[in-house]
Design a protein around this ligand. Sequence first.
Ligand SMILES: Cc1cc2nc3c(=O)[nH]c(=O)nc-3n(C[C@H](O)[C@H](O)[C@H](O)COP(=O)(O)OP(=O)(O)OC[C@H]3O[C@@H](n4cnc5c(N)ncnc54)[C@H](O)[C@@H]3O)c2cc1C
Length: 542
Amino acid sequence: MRVLVVGAGPAGLTTAVTIARYGVPVLLVERRADTTSLPRATAVSTRTMELFRSWGIEERVRAAGPDVSWQARVARNLTAPDGVVADIGFPTREQALAVSPTWPACVPQDALEEVLLEHLRGFPNVRVHQATEVTDLHDGPGGPGGTVLARLRDRRTDVSRIVAAAYVVGADGPRSVVRDAAGIGTEGPGVLADYSSTMFHAPLWEHLGERRHGIYPLTDPAVSGVLLPAGGDRWVYGRETDGRDGTVDLLRAATGVADLRPRITREARFTFTVRLAQRYRTGRMFLAGDAAHQITPRGGTGMNTAIHDGHDLGWKLAWVLLGWAGPQLLDTYETERRPVGLRNAARSAQPDGSYRAAAGELANDLGGRLPHAWLDRDGTPVSTLDLLGPRSTLLVGPRYTGSVTAGDAPPGRGDGRPARRGAGRRAAAAPRRPARRRAGSTSPGGRRREPSALAAGSACGWRRPGRHTAPAARRAGCGRRSAAPTGRSRAARPAGRTARAHLRRCRTGRASGPRPGTERRAWRRRTSRRRTPTGTSGRPAR
Ligand SMILES: Cc1cc2nc3c(=O)[nH]c(=O)nc-3n(C[C@H](O)[C@H](O)[C@H](O)COP(=O)(O)OP(=O)(O)OC[C@H]3O[C@@H](n4cnc5c(N)ncnc54)[C@H](O)[C@@H]3O)c2cc1C
């Protein structure tokens, strides 16, 4: 059963790509016949770039915008020599590279959407219908627990049809049809200010030299507002609406270039609005991006929050549809993402919301993802984040000798519930600190743990005293404690066989493996040619 994603903005495109990577069918519908031609958001955060890197499109995305520093240069006008540089919550390239394999980019939203859409179209399990809008949604057969029926109208032919979906993602922006159909209200201060933006082309980089920034706030009261580079010689001049359009004279004053001959291509009005959906979900309908939260451009978090929503919801929907986790996993979408939306919306409502120290905001941007560390793979540096595959990934310490065969195994607890929080984080930390209490390591008592148990999910893989709690261990009458979830679906295995297999593992003495000291180097040499094994971990690759 497919997922219907409504809206091909950053939230919808990210949701669709994330689900598509798992092979789950996706139908993406977009009201517009084409991608937007408005630059809108230009700040692409460190975490967002990490996601693009994991999809293999980091370089394409970065190449779609100018190379700038994501600090503001505050001055009377664009070219005034006496400006100051201020932190706006984004790290410099050097700061980002201390904790990440990548760094923020400056890419106009219209260019970014094109890259994402092209990437999405490469998946065989995705259908994209443009010039198609969702007009209404209802619970399908089976009621709220079954499917959702959506009416799609082709805007070119005016023909409507009904499609059924297992889940619907409303990534349809601030005036979300899905949010209305789901009966979800909004809260928050609403419209804070009216803004105008003038899009124009002019060769301004040649006046700026090395002073290349993602945003230029202007302090001269006659032109106060911001100038933003939007790719090539395209620029946006945004300011609180004062009845004036962006004339050539106004742009000359704002840039400080008296003989500037700008080509003005667009004048737009928009509002600074702060609103948050009261819930992110009703039954099988979910909200993501601006449908869930409206955030002003202050702080540059609106589009990034939308993208992170889409990623979080995407993998969770895929996991549930693949049977890797129970539907309760979907409850964590709102509990994890709504506080982020609330925080970023609140920041953007503050008049000084643009200005924040980079360190604090970087931590918020990265969230609780796997820590980054550089590793050596056959002489090539790779980030721990690069090791995460599209499915689930097990990271093990350097003493690992077991084989991993659980490639597609469900990483839940084996009882339909999602894996415990933090289980994967512990596993993920292994390359940074290959300590003794990692899979495949030697316990303090000198006894060897069974590494393959963590990978393949034996119910008694960790040989330490205690009662095994997993069903297989119970059925086998084993008195040890389980340390890891079963790798394969228990339902697929007969209880007797599972129990016998459990006992066999449990009773087969110590696993042979490298001991600390002299053997370790030889073992490293032997194993350095192996591919990093992937299998199951408690937590998804995030
Ligand atoms: C002027 C401006 C400047 C901004 N600057 C920044 C910035 O610097 N940094 C930042 O992070 N954010 C910024 N933002 C915010 C950012 O643009 C949004 O947060 C972002 O676009 C949200 O993405 P989304 O996918 O949730 O929604 P949208 O981009 O609004 O996409 C929703 C899509 O759904 C489609 N749709 C709507 N209804 C239907 C329907 N019924 N059926 C089918 N399709 C439908 C729409 O056509 C649209 O394509 C800015 C916004 C504006 C307006």
